[in-house]
Design a protein around this ligand. Sequence first.
Ligand SMILES: Nc1nc2c(c(=O)[nH]1)N[C@H]1C(S)=C(S)[C@@H](COP(=O)(O)OP(=O)(O)OC[C@H]3O[C@@H](n4cnc5c(N)ncnc54)[C@H](O)[C@@H]3O)O[C@H]1N2
Ligand code: MOO
Length: 433
Amino acid sequence: MSESDLSCFDFVTPGGNRHLKLEEGARLIQSMGLGQLQATQLPLHQVMGRVLAEDVIAPFNVPRQVNAAMDGFALKGDELATSRDWKIVGQSFAGHAFTQPVEAGCAVQITTGAPMPSGTDTVVMKELCRVESDQLHIDQALAVRPGSNVRQAGEDMAEGSLILSRGQRLGPVEVGMLASLGFAQVKIYVPLKVAVFSTGDEVRAPGDALADSSLYDTNRFTLMSVLKGLECDVSDLGILPDDEQVIEEALRSAAQQHRLVLTSGGVSVGEADFVKQALNRLGQTSFWQLAIRPGRPIAFGDLGLNQEGETCLFAGLPGNPVAVMVTFCVLLQPLIRKLQGETEWVGLTWMARSTETMKSRTGRSDFHRGIFTITENGELEVRTTGHQGSGILTSMHEANCLIRIEEDRDRIEVGDRVRIYPFSRWLPGYPLV
Ligand SMILES: Nc1nc2c(c(=O)[nH]1)N[C@H]1C(S)=C(S)[C@@H](COP(=O)(O)OP(=O)(O)OC[C@H]3O[C@@H](n4cnc5c(N)ncnc54)[C@H](O)[C@@H]3O)O[C@H]1N2
Ligand code: MOO
């Protein structure tokens, strides 16, 4: 994309700086080459949250046999129209099938999940049955629909059908499906190697002493947590001082071993903001500065090839903790999922009615931290968490969504509809459903 393509830069600061639109930045990030993904076989108990590297075809029907959906008596449904009494000829329990054919006028006691004996097609619930020695009596026989309370073979997963596709992230349900099909192991993409640094002379590791005007490192911990939630192989590379040489050397070395390097801080226009200079020298800058808030100064590019011959991508996130979370959610999460081989993921968004006025600036996408609720009429409403400073991390804690104010709006009125990004799916640290 050329700098002269002005349509991509519809936000210009008073100083004349042009900023790339959010969607353009997101498109550039998502266009980064995928390369060859490595895969490995893993036992089932290790695949939760990981991305499947093969299609899964059902090797047999689940359930394997026609079986009872209720505890009761198996009989031939046609007979319910004319009879009230049956002779009990045996039992079919889960794990202990009744193997002989059932003659006319006969019934078999059956438990949920047990195979239907041949000659039967209906289960009458135990609650409707009266038993005297080997005689079954059903008063309300006409009320029982022939064929009811029976589960068909393959009604869940049919033999030969595609059950899960390559590129699918496995949640608890998918792991259970694989287990039902008897797979003790499956092919999974190897974890994405991601390095995380914090930068800044003022930043201290939790546990260390604080000096005057220093603060504890938040960003390395939020980033490592969301990356682990996405099942990345995370390297904690600590805190870098505001030293051009040190930053450049650390990035050069991290680029060798990783597919993605993330830093926070040092990407704005301050005297000690060296990260983007290092990026320019080591590789290429794709963009720096997006028309979003928070997260405006974000440097994205690559640091050249790693040891495996893959391009090591780089994102220099702003220092403010909320800007880190918002840029991660909106821009990096889709990239990371793609680099992990995930193909189907789309972030969930809803429209909600705002219950308060919100201010923004035309040409810029603002992300406020929001709390959505559902009214008695089932309508989605949203309000902000209050003060929206990008250093106020508790606003993320209080929120259950991000509220996006689109580029063409400078104000949201009470009653206006806004797009919200609910957190449960959006933030990878939350359950992956
Ligand atoms: N003249 C301008 N000043 C600023 C601009 C601008 O465009 N022109 N942009 C502002 C915006 S927006 C942001 S965001 C910040 C981002 O700046 P940097 O990425 O260079 O970040 P720092 O200056 O290093 O830090 C900003 C802020 O965040 C704190 N911080 C940094 N790292 C951590 C950490 N690991 N854990 C917790 N907190 C951290 C740092 O102490 C600062 O308070 O720049 C604005 N300024
Ligand atoms: O855009 Mo900054 O990223 O306000 O915090």
